[in-house]
Design a protein around this ligand. Structure first.
Ligand SMILES: Nc1ncnc2c1ncn2[C@@H]1O[C@H](COP(=O)(O)OP(=O)(O)OP(=O)(O)O)[C@@H](O)[C@H]1O
Length: 317
């Protein structure tokens, strides 16, 4: 087996160079599975992590059976560099067990919204609030958001040269286990854990020893993102155009894998342009984003109308 566990990885490993160097997090784990560095410098409190793959109890804070996972109120955000406003008052509520889809014309702000949720440093939040499992998400560093159970599959997953897929996943998974006070998995235990998940996304074992996304085709990258989700688990998975670049069989595999990961305690927020994904992963709600705001919410009929008549049929402009 050509990989090593996190406990045997030294500070000279390529993975460690990938860590946010300016993190002020109080967590003992500094490993971040996120493909960007945080530019925030303050100490923050950390939400309780709760991840289905490691069988931790789900966090209940509402007292009702269906817990509120995400509540976004009047969220506004600008591009950090130019201060151009992209999000202009987003409102969204997601409960456990729900699948939400966001659709909208190119450039309407969908990916920006997703990236703001995970704390991407390209954007600055200028107003509004985001509660995730009752905690203020905006008070958390990106890696803390991830440890708290937020996962994002990026539209263009990044390559990590010099880091094998299995090392990367082993380290990320162990960081989560440490956060939950669980024992880390060594290489053999981790291999046993990950092996069945390859089947879930129909991926060959060779991909485990290849460097993260290096030389992967578009479809392979997307499958790899879902493998990461299957390994790490999440209470909310944000999937940005997971269907783009997938052939029909790959789309079916990826959708089946996502459906297989859905439980009554987690949720999916997916961004897509196409009805075909929504036919495989059935959404509870579909939202239309226009000029940085959610302007319409409805059921699958919205996506069908879009497919038949285009955005002119539902535009508010
Ligand atoms: N880092 C950035 N620098 C400059 N402009 C940006 C940046 N991020 C977003 N934008 C701009 O903000 C607008 C919204 O972009 P975003 O990627 O959120 O749109 P989208 O709805 O996801 O589009 P698509 O459907 O094409 O993926 C676009 O005009 C985009 O060019």
């Amino acid at each position: 087996m050509a990989y090593c566990s996190s406990s045997s990885t030294t500070s000279a490993s390529p993975v460690v160079r990938y860590l946010p160097s300016n993190s002020t997090s109080s967590t003992t784990s500094t490993f971040s599975p996120l493909p960007f560095r945080s530019n925030r410098r303050r100490s923050v409190r950390i939400a309780t992590a709760s991840l289905s793959p490691v069988n931790s109890p789900s966090t209940s804070f509402s007292g009702s059976q269906k817990n509120l996972l995400l509540e976004v109120k009047d969220l506004t955000a600008v591009i950090a560099e130019s201060k151009q406003e992209i999000l202009k008052g987003v409102n969204l509520v997601v409960y456990e067990g729900e699948v939400h889809a966001i659709m909208g014309k190119n450039g309407s702000g969908k990916s920006t919204f997703a990236k703001v949720l995970v704390g991407h440093p390209d954007y600055e939040v200028t107003g509004g609030s985001i509660l995730f499992k009752g905690s203020d998400l905006l008070e958390m560093e990106p890696e803390e958001r991830s440890l708290a159970g937020l996962f994002m599959s990026f539209q263009s997953p990044v390559e990590i040269p010099g880091v094998s897929n299995i090392d990367f996943l082993n380290m990320a998974y162990n960081a989560r286990r440490r956060k939950l006070g669980l024992a880390e998995l060594g290489p053999i235990e981790f291999y046993a854990y990950i092996f069945p998940k390859l089947d879930l996304v129909n991926m060959k074992t060779d991909f485990l020893n290849r460097n993260v996304n290096e030389g992967f085709s578009g479809g392979e990258r997307k499958r790899n993102e879902i493998l990461q989700l299957a390994v790490l688990g999440a209470e909310m998975a944000i999937l940005d155009e997971i269907d783009s670049g997938l052939d029909v069989d790959a789309l079916r595999d990826v959708a089946k894998a996502v459906n297989g990961l859905l439980t009554p305690n987690n949720s999916v927020l997916m961004i897509t342009h196409y009805l075909r994904l929504l036919e495989f992963i059935e959404p509870s709600r579909i939202h239309i984003m226009e000029d940085g705001k959610i302007v319409k919410t409805g059921d699958i009929s919205i996506a069908k109308l879009l497919e038949e008549e285009g955005y002119k049929a539902i535009s508010t402009a």
